[in-house]
Structure formats: C-alpha cells, structure tokens
Design a protein around this ligand. Sequence first.
Ligand SMILES: *Cc1c(COP(=O)(O)O)cnc(C)c1O
Length: 462
Amino acid sequence: MRFISTRGQAPAVGFTDAVLGGLAPDGGLYVPQDWPTFSKAKIASFAGLSYAAVAAEVLGAFAGDEIAPADMRAMCEEAYASFSHRAVVPMVQIGPQTFIAELFHGPTLAFKDVAMQILARLYDHLLGQQKRHQTILCATSGDTGGAAVEAFRGRQNVKVVTMFPEGRISEVQRRFMTTTGDANIACVSVQGTFDDCQAILKDAFQDQALRQAVDLAAVNSINFARVAAQAVYYFTTAAALGAPGRAVNMVVPSGNFGDAFAGYVALRMGLPIKRIVVATNSNDILARAFSTGRYVRGTVQPTISPAMDIQSASNFERLYFEGVEREATDTARAFEGFAKTGVIDIPPGALGAMQAIFTGVAIGEDETARTILATLNETGELIDPHTAVAVAALRHVDLEGPTVVMSTAHPAKFPEDVAKACGVTPDLPRGVASLAGRAECFDRLPGDAETIKAYVRAFSEG
Ligand SMILES: *Cc1c(COP(=O)(O)O)cnc(C)c1O
C-alpha cells in the first residue's frame, strides 16, 4: 500500500515511512493512494471475531506486505490485552436504537489508548527492523499525551516530548503524563492553547535541520496509523448491530477530527455508515464548516470538555482532499492559505459531498452538563463531558436505525465537572487509583517554537 500527501509535493511512500514520518515533508497529511475495501461477507464475519483479530485485518489492509500478518496479529493481541474489559470496546444501550461504545477501558481511560497501544508496538517493530531511534513530539489537548506516555514509556527506540496547554487540562489528565518517572519521557506545560501547541508541532516538523537531527516522529492523529487503528471500532460496533445488512449511524465527540475521520475511513473501506454526526462543544469550527461551507478559525474557549477545545482540526485537510476529488494543488492552496488567514471557503461540490455523510452539531456548556444529569437519571449511566456533548447532539438530529455514540473518556478523568453536573463523583477504576500520590515531573515553557525546538533537541541528545 502506497501513501500520498494531501499537498501533492512529496513522494509517495510505503506504510513504514508514512507511520514513522507522521507529517509529509511538504506539510501535507498522508492518505492511502487507493482505499482498500472489504467485501460484505468479510465485514459480516467481523461480528464473530475478537477485537484484536478485527484490528489485525483493518491495519493489515494498510500495511500490505510491509508487516507479516502473524506479526500484526501478535502486536494487536498484546496491545488490546492492556484493556481492562475483555470486549475491549463494549457497548451499552441507552435508548431503543441507541448504543454507547465505551472506548475508555485502556490504561489512561480515554479513547486515545485504542490507537496508541498498537502504535507503540508498530513503532518498536519498525524501528527495531531499521535499527533506528526517534523522538516523538506530541501536542495534546489532554488525552493524547497520557496515552502516548503510557504506551511508549520505557521503550528502547524512542524518546517522547509531550506539550500540553498550561491550565487547560484536568489534573488526572496531567498526572497520567507527568508521574511515570521514565527517562525516555519529557513533559512540557506550554503557556498557550492547544492550537498554539499544534502550531509549534507543525513548525518543528517543517524545520528540516531539527527533523534530521532528532529523527522527529508524530503520534498525533496527523499520523495515518492512528486514524486506521480508530477505524477498527467502527467495524466492530457496526458489525455487532447488524452491518453490513443494516446501515448504522455514528455520533462522535470531535476536536481534531481524527476520530470522526476514522469513521469516514471505515465507510470508504466498505462499511455501510448512513450518517456521521460530528458533535463539538462551543469550539465549533467543524459544526460551522459543515453547515455553512466556511471553515473559519475562531478563538478557543475553555470548556468542561477540554480535549475538544480546538479551533483548527488538522484531519479536516484529509476530508477536504477527498471532497475536492483529490486535487492536491487546491488542497495545498486552501491549507497554506488557512495557516495565514484562518479561513477556507469550501467549494460547493466538496461541501455537498461532505454534507452527504457528515452533520455538525455544536453543544453549549449548560446543555452538556444537563445531559450528564439526564443520562444518569434516564439510563443509570454516568458519562463524561465529552461523551455528553455527543449524547446531547442526538436531540438535534433526526437519525433512523441503529446509532452508536462514541464514549471517548471515563467520567473519572473529569471528576469535578461530572460531580457538579449530577451530584455523583465518579471513582477512578482500580489500578489507576494511586495516580494522586505520585510525584509529578514537567517543565514550563513559553509558547514559542524556537524555545521548544531547542528543548526537544537537548532532550533528544541528552
Ligand atoms: C481527543 C478526544 C476527543 C476528540 O477526538 P478528535 O479525534 O480530536 O476529534 C474527544 N473526546 C476525548 C475524551 C478526547 O480525548
């Protein structure tokens, strides 16, 4: 399988280089040259397989002959053994046709573990083969950092520097990153927003000298392997609800658009998805884009669903590229322009193609809190604020048939806001309860690319 850049100025690469490279050298994102597809019979067969077996099928379709199927299967088995629920992604029913897919049974209690656990094993495997060492630079809105630290801690071939926006993430989120004590992990509290952290990441990736000096890698959802690994639970949940015989709707709490785009990937691979609802908090750039056709950066407002406090959704570039029928010149012009002006006018044809699949809904803070309470009262389920944004979105759309709501975090990751909304303080599951007592280690730096790049270089070479 070959991967091409959305901006058309970088050579096509194989799976290994797409995974280890992260961002393409022309600033674009890697996408598969052709979408691999599964037959209806194959998709139906997923209903009888373990999660790890489906993951090996989906990832194997992108890895092609670069990873032996037995190795892929072994890595998937090991990755998903780290989850505390045997189903890996179990579902609970909250309405006649409505199900919550619990993506939070991994070691750091958020859906980022689903992709990161397998990604760390892919890195180990591929870097070991090439006798190569890399430095992963990660920008996190709260959960990616913890998942990356947990997945990559103590690994021989990688160092990890993770940047988080100061004061914008919960204590539990921060502690998952800062308390491991492993020598290959560094955490930076950046004076700025998540979008600032993401801009610094992009800047670092465009600095060829730094890239080469430290062999820079990215595990944000700009990394296609992340997105591919997230497509897996669209297959497992839909197959459990009768796909491919029945089409399924998906409701996804969204920030950087990696998760919702993974649904689109599953669709392109043959999964009958009727509609993907992109649920945002008041940072509604995606919701506005799908309804108005203008993708316009706003100012980031802090919310009780901080992992979605994003006004520049990097995976949107992949969808735009598909929307303009893979016109790389158009995509490059649009996103280079966006970096300067903060605006993209989506061409009508592309917008129509997007609207045929996606609906955007933005949910305010009061409604999010009220939804946590109502869901507890009506179903007995305690949900986190991100999941609540998606559950609230159900009321604003008209969906027919089975519907899966992606539950992206355990409520105990956001105990204060959940308690404020419904009066119940969620307990941390056994195994992570000791987090509060451990010493934290992180550095505070200004939101300035040069300062952080120097820090990355020093840590990598140290
Ligand atoms: C990252 C995250 C999201 C948003 O996912 P994207 O792929 O960035 O759209 C939603 N909820 C939680 C809990 C997250 O950690």
